[in-house]
Ligand binder design. Sequence first.
Ligand SMILES: [Ca+2]
Length: 420
Amino acid sequence: MKRILLMFLTAALVFGFFGCSNASKEASEKIVDAITNDNEKTAKVNYEEDAYDLMGIDDQAFLEKYDESMIESFLDQDSAGTYEADYYYVLNNGVEVSILNGTVVSIRTYYNKETEYPVPVLKGIGGGDSYDSVVNKLGEPHYEAEELAFEEEQEYVAAVFYVGKYRYLKVYFEKKAETVSFVSCFYGEAPVFQKVGEIKIGDNLEEVKAAYEKLYYAPAYYDASQGEPKYNRIYYTPMEDRNREVECLEFYLYDKKVVRITSSVQDILEWRSYEDIFGMKNVFKENNMIGHRGNITYFYDDAAGNEQVLLKMENCATEEIDIDDDGITEIIAYKAGKMRTIDIYDYNADTETIMHLDICEALGASWSGYMGNAANVRNEYAKCIEAGFYETDGTTRTEVYSVRDNILTYIGPYSHEMFQ
Ligand SMILES: [Ca+2]
């Protein structure tokens, strides 16, 4: 058991792979029921199949696969805590499985100890593999170190490989025999790459576009508290994956240069574009955060594939809303300043120009806002504009307007009747 604990600790030190242990009580009861249930299960496991497929499955699916007779020992919530798990199983074939929050979060296989049954491979890696054959199958390791397993006072070379969807294999090679002794599979952080395929840090957008046919765009909101590198665009591309969720390579860019390469797991792949801004297709938003407010650029690719700027705004945050319900999206700009004020940008198809409406300037108001952001505003006022004025006696009044084609129409004084 000491050896197992060591593996956990070393893996945790390298990757911090375990989250908080918040056991679901319901899930706990389900497992205990299943374990203590005398009903014979018919499921039989093929001990030679790849145990990697257990990763990420839920506790019920695990128990359906491995019935009670295949479980050599079991630690419940009270005693599995040592393993940072809610449940911890040792199977007849020596495989160890940790379940946390109702999901299999790590698996370990041992090829250096005798079991009644053959020990399954993990991602195709088994006791017959050498260091070279593992690298051949999984690629270069992300991390490698010599480690001592205290129980046997045996020295191992431990190499960690990223195997997709934030999953890592830590493979221990016995130094003398140079073959795999045991393998641990666990979750970790997304890997950060200096270079993937033909793309490396510092390459430009054109090179990324040339290297990957399927590129999706997501607006990026850089938070200075996250530290360097600063970025304002993310492009991502799917990797081969047989499961429903798709693992993607992510390229973070700043000034159209790659500053970070990592991966993410996406449910659905889609262009995060604002397709109907001013009725235009495939308009993208770039948000350059500088301090509290940002510089916003809307851009698109022209027919020749060259990037064109549709609209650039400074010192504001923006929101894309069809404010006049004509099916075409306008832009509301929330401007930085002492008073909260908004501008609206709409497109005039006749003159082919972008119209800019400064609410305060148009009405002689001191402040202005979009009512859709207020809590519990009635539907009919949700797309209205409010404008505030100072009276000569120092009191204030607020008026409500609707807007269409950037023309303001007075609705009435701001009143609590407009809220639910
Ligand atoms: Ca509209």
